[in-house]
Design a protein around this ligand. Structure first.
Ligand code: PRP
Ligand code: MN
Ligand code: MG
Length: 181
C-alpha cells in the first residue's frame, strides 16, 4: 500500500466506510427492484470498482453492460458534448436500467447519457453513484442512489483517478501536493 499511500494527504473514507455504504445502497436496490430484472450499466472506466462491489452485494438478479464515453473536442468536460467510444451490447428497450457511476461532478456526462439512454425506451432509468459533488453540479441530474456527497475538491480512489492512477485505492483520499509538482 505504501507506493500509493505516500501520495495521499487526507483520507475521506476508509475502505470499510465505503463498503458499508455500498452494502446499504445494495439493500435499497434489492428492495426497489424486487421481482424485476435490472440491467446495471457501468460507465467506464471509473465505475469498475463500484460495479464490482455493488453487483456482488445485491441479492436480486442483475445483468451488467458497459459504456465508454469521452468528452468531445477541446478535452475539457465542461463542453457537455460527449462521444460514445463503446456502446452497450444490450438493447435496453423495455428493460429496467440502472446507470452506475463512480462520481457525479458537473453532471454533464450523466445528463448526456440519460437523454441518450432515455431515447432507447427503457422500462425505467435510474442512476446510482458512489460519490457526488453537489457544489459542482452544472446540470440538474436526478440521481436516485448516492453513496456519499463530498466537497468539491480533488479526490482519488475507488475508481476515481488522477492521470489514470489511484483508481485501485480501496478508500478515498485527497492527493498530497508533491504529486502535482
Ligand atoms: C469521470 C467520472 C464520471 C465523470 C463525472 O469520468 O468517472 O464519469 O467524470 O464528471 P461530470 O459529472 O463533470 O461529467 P472521466 O471522464 O474522467 O473518465 P474515467 O471514468 O475513465 O475516469
Ligand atoms: Mn467516468
Ligand atoms: Mg477520470
Amino acid at each position: 500500500v505504501s507506493a500509493l499511500g505516500n501520495d495521499l494527504s487526507r483520507v475521506l473514507y476508509t475502505p470499510e466506510e465505503v463498503q458499508d455504504r455500498i452494502a446499504a445502497l445494495a439493500a435499497q436496490v434489492d428492495e426497489d427492484y424486487a421481482g424485476k430484472d435490472v440491467l446495471l450499466v457501468g460507465v467506464l472506466n471509473g465505475a469498475v470498482m463500484i460495479m464490482a462491489d455493488l453487483s456482488r452485494a445485491l441479492s436480486i438478479h442483475c445483468r451488467m453492460d458497459w459504456m465508454a464515453i469521452s468528452s468531445y473536442g477541446s478535452g475539457t468536460k465542461s463542453s457537455g458534448v460527449v462521444r460514445i467510444l463503446k456502446d452497450l451490447s444490450t438493447d435496453i428497450a423495455g428493460m429496467h436500467v440502472l446507470v452506475v457511476e463512480d462520481i457525479v461532478d458537473t453532471g454533464l456526462t450523466l445528463s448526456y447519457l440519460i437523454s441518450n439512454l432515455r431515447s432507447r425506451n427503457p422500462a425505467s432509468l435510474e442512476v446510482l453513484t458512489a460519490f457526488r459533488k453537489p457544489e459542482a453540479l452544472k446540470m440538474p441530474v436526478e440521481v436516485r442512489y448516492v453513496g456519499f456527497d463530498i466537497p468539491s475538491e480533488f479526490v482519488v480512489g475507488y475508481g476515481l483517478d488522477y492521470d489514470q492512477r489511484y483508481r485501485n485505492l480501496t478508500g478515498v483520499a485527497t492527493l498530497a501536493p508533491h504529486v502535482y509538482s
